[in-house]
Design a protein around this ligand. Structure first.
Ligand code: NDP
Length: 230
């Protein structure tokens, strides 16, 4: 299995959960050292050649990817009037187009094998919206339409495609928020706290398991109740 952005945060927790269950795990990383215990492949998902190279390396060393978790993502928050074209397109290029690149490449072998599991990591913000995150929310909402289209395209080949939609999770991404912003967020969450990355990972594991064989095109919220009704 492959987790993009599996070198830290939610992606690392997902990689660990699969490795603990005995799966062969590959993770992408962009700089520094890959985390121990997995096959680390260097890959920036905004670069099509690097995506191709990463898959070649994984296929050589671990065989075809049967479970893909498209987790890599970025934020570049700014209010609309101050949001540059580059702020917008770079977030969409990573979160949405980058996901297209890795899913498309994985689907080749999955179609041949007539089985596969694809899980995309979206966000509660994709459906609720968030001031200052129009670029991020658009990219994350886009993943839902993308996944649902693929569910229809790939379902007859026994390939499922689902979305996990976390609320606020304690990682580097949210550590960038001020204490005041964090306190405001927690007030709106029925469960009154942030999620741990492991709590997101367990839903991803479920969607890749035999027990979830009949679930496709679903959006699973892991958000402490924040997005209820969406
Ligand atoms: P982090 O910022 O901790 O990690 C982001 C990961 O994505 C890193 O591994 C990073 O790699 C990787 N990444 C970013 N851009 C690229 C790229 N161009 N190519 C390859 N890898 C890339 O974030 P989280 O762990 O918090 O987030 C993981 C996912 O979960 C994201 O998609 C995020 O949007 C989503 N999410 C997070 C929430 C939260 O509250 N934290 C809530 C809802 C959704 P590198 O180390 O090389 O930078």
């Amino acid at each position: 299995m492959l987790v993009t952005g599996g070198n830290r945060g939610i992606g690392l927790a997902i990689a660990r959960a699969f490795a603990e269950a005995g799966d062969k795990v590959a993770v992408t990383y962009r700089s520094g050292e890959p985390p121990e215990g997995f096959l680390g492949v260097k890959c920036d998902i905004t670069e099509p050649e690097q995506v191709e190279q990463a898959y070649k390396e994984i296929e050589e060393k671990q065989g075809a990817v049967e479970v893909l978790v498209a987790n890599a993502g970025v934020t570049r928050d700014q209010l609309l009037l101050r949001m540059s074209e580059e702020d917008f397109t770079s977030v969409v290029d990573t979160n949405l187009t980058g996901t297209y690149r890795v899913v498309k490449r994985a689907s080749r072998a999955m179609l041949r094998a007539r089985k596969g599991r694809i899980v995309l990591i979206s966000s509660v913000v994709g459906l609720m919206g968030q001031a200052g995150q129009a670029n991020y929310a658009a990219s994350k909402a886009g993943l839902v339409g993308f996944a649902r289209s693929l569910s229809r395209e790939l379902g007859s080949r026994n390939i499922t495609c689902n979305v996990v939609s976390p609320g606020f999770v304690d990682t580097d991404m949210t550590r960038a928020l001020t204490d005041e912003q964090r306190a405001d967020i927690v007030k709106q969450v029925p469960l009154g706290r942030y999620a741990t990355a492991e709590e997101v990972a367990s839903s991803v594991r479920f969607l890749a398991s035999d027990e979830a064989a009949y679930i496709t095109g679903a959006v699973i919220p892991v958000d402490g109740g924040l997005g209820m009704g969406h």
